[in-house]
Design a protein around this ligand. Sequence first.
Ligand code: ZLM
Ligand code: CA
Ligand code: ZN
Length: 372
Amino acid sequence: MPRRRVSYYYDPDVGSYSYGLGHPMKPLRMRITHELLTAYDMLDKMDVLRAERSTPETMTSFHTDEYIHFLARVTPDTAEELTYNGTRFLVGDDNPAFEGVFEFCSISAGGTIAAAKRITSGAADISINWAGGLHHAKKREASGFCYINDIVLGILELLRTYPRVLYIDIDCHHGDGVEEAFYTTDRVMTCSFHKFGEYFPGTGTQEDRGRGKGMGYAINVPLKDGLNDDSFRSIYEPVVARAVEVFQPSVIVLQCGADSLAGDKLGCFNVTMQGHAHCVHFVRDMNIPFILLGGGGYTVKNTSRTWVYETACALGIENDIDLNLPWNEFFDWFGPRYRLEVAENNMEDTNLKDGSLDRVREAALQQLSELQ
Ligand code: ZLM
Ligand code: CA
Ligand code: ZN
């Protein structure tokens, strides 16, 4: 198979933003990922690009004018007044009005939109934006650490050129914002794998399948605690293979949220780095252009490890890289083993109890077969 042309979007400022003391979302993970990619000499194997920041006008191709007008102006000092005491736009502690929030969003969204344009122009077969993947943002409101839905904006860009886009979401949380945006169209198939049951955002049952023309084009794969590599692979492979077969997408967008990894601070699965990266391999081997995006990932060192390894997968060099980490500015973070690995733990895979994994797989495949 010929080497794929990979474009990687990175803005050197992205790691400087902070959601605030103690907040689990840490933009620094993109900088650590970049430092590791540099130490591994991967930057000269791809086009390293800095995207133009997204403008408010571009953001309104999905979000309301009113919400964008607000987000472009809000500061920590004016938040209370502009959100009507936290009743509109930004609700709760999940989505603080941190210093530079709009710039951070314009970097994240600008990267995903540029990544999409890079594919439609034919300049890349794979494009990557680890600062993207913020799947919960709604048309008129922030949700779950996500203010601007870069994914929806990127897919809208792809739809200008391609008839059909397949969206796959392996973040531990349901990809609700993307699902909702395309719920009534048959041009975007959304497919989210997520923990379901007493877990944010609470949506994503297998009964939610789309509406109108979009009926059947929203796939939900609800999972339980302790999901391991074998279980994940046993459901991801057939569902994604069948989705590609019946939907025949022109392009795939893969949200690689790293909170599905073992040991994540907010996640509850038991997937290793290799198990997570297998999702990237599997898509790569379909020979369809694709975009890799970030998302969740709250045990920072594991998130960076995995996105580095997945960048290597995109480049097709994953078997050549030394799993002993090269020296880098953040080397100390990676002790005591200093390796490119995320190991499993001894959690029980509750998806294997009373056949729930098999039932969920069958229902997803049944839904897909009804589309033909
Ligand atoms: N409280 N600080 C995933 C988005 C998950 C909603 C329960 C907020 C937290 C969490 C924030 C420092 C993606 C909920 C939580 C406390 C209502 C969630 C600030 C700790 C802290 O210490 C914290 C003051 C904060 C937030 C924990 N929030 C854990 N889980 C979820 C949102 C986003 O990975 O899918 C994509 C990027 N929110 O459970 C509450 C119901 C707010
Ligand atoms: Ca998901
Ligand atoms: Zn998540």
